[in-house]
Write a protein that binds this ligand. Sequence first.
Ligand code: NDP
Length: 324
Amino acid sequence: MSLPTHFTLNNGKKIPSVGLGTWQSPPGQVRDAVEAAIRAGYRHIDCAWGYQNEHEVGEGIKASGVPREEIFVTSKLFEFHHNPEHVRKAINHSLSRFGLEYLDLYLMHWPVALEPEVKGDDLPLAPKKKANGKPQVNKDLSDNVLPTWREMEKLVDEGLVKSIGISNFNIRRTRALLKECRIKPVTDQVELSFTCPQPDLIAWLKKNDIVPQAYSPLGSTGASHASLKEIDTLAKKHGVEGANILISWQVARGCNPLPKSVTASRIANNAKLVNLTKEEVDELEKAALSQQKKRVCDQSDDFDYDIFEENHPENNDAAQAKLG
Ligand code: NDP
């Protein structure tokens, strides 16, 4: 099956089918990683205010010499910036750190809003903590993200961002947003890997014309899936590395993988997609579903807030998907 170089978003804009991830990249190495990626042909960089490296991403883009308009840049609104009056300050802060005038995609990083530690008129730089040391959740703005989303919609109107989307949203939360939003999210960036395949969520998002973006497609730091038996067998058959199989599988299932690396050789290698057969894609899907499901990213315990609602009998994705 031949794989697309781009996915088309529900607003008609195009997003390159593989992007470079930049989370947990050691400070000082992201600039070179971004420059190497763009030189290797990437035109899509995934970043976030919370990664604290937007300035390095901006430097890498400039150093590549490739015109800004040819590169798709994503950043994300952090959890303690959900108060409507902080959204504009947060995007302005991100843009100034990147040294850019607009973003291609701005995501609500998590569906959960944290109470910010406010100091004067400045952009909050930390969450307010409870007596037990955990961040304090703003329940109203978490249970109903619309007031925050409305501010993100205004950023599109004003041209500060070309598209807006969500991240770490399950079906129930996305469905609630779709009922009320004026501008529909173009993507939902979620964990999609061999041990977290999430087929119900993917099918529902695609039905609703929202592109699923695959974070941690290789299993994230220290948990590489590239050497797992099923992956290794296919990699040997195609004469590629396990990472190429994992990344290509996500594209083949209509998802937008964001493999992270700060190693130039891996960055270049990860961009090579393999045309897997339909049978191979189906086999991978079956093998992934037979694994014990394991998430790398879940802050529910940190916040005492059930973000994914996986054990909720009505709100988990399998039950919500049945509602259509
Ligand atoms: P990945 O699944 O992309 O794995 C990254 C790890 O794999 C790094 O340790 C990297 O090492 C290693 N690696 C990269 N290429 C290869 C290769 N060819 N062979 C073997 N190992 C390899 O993990 P992430 O969790 O970083 O996810 C990717 C991106 O998704 C993030 O960087 C971020 O942009 C986004 N993300 C978004 C989240 C959200 O909440 N929206 C949450 C988590 C991630 P090295 O760098 O040393 O080469």
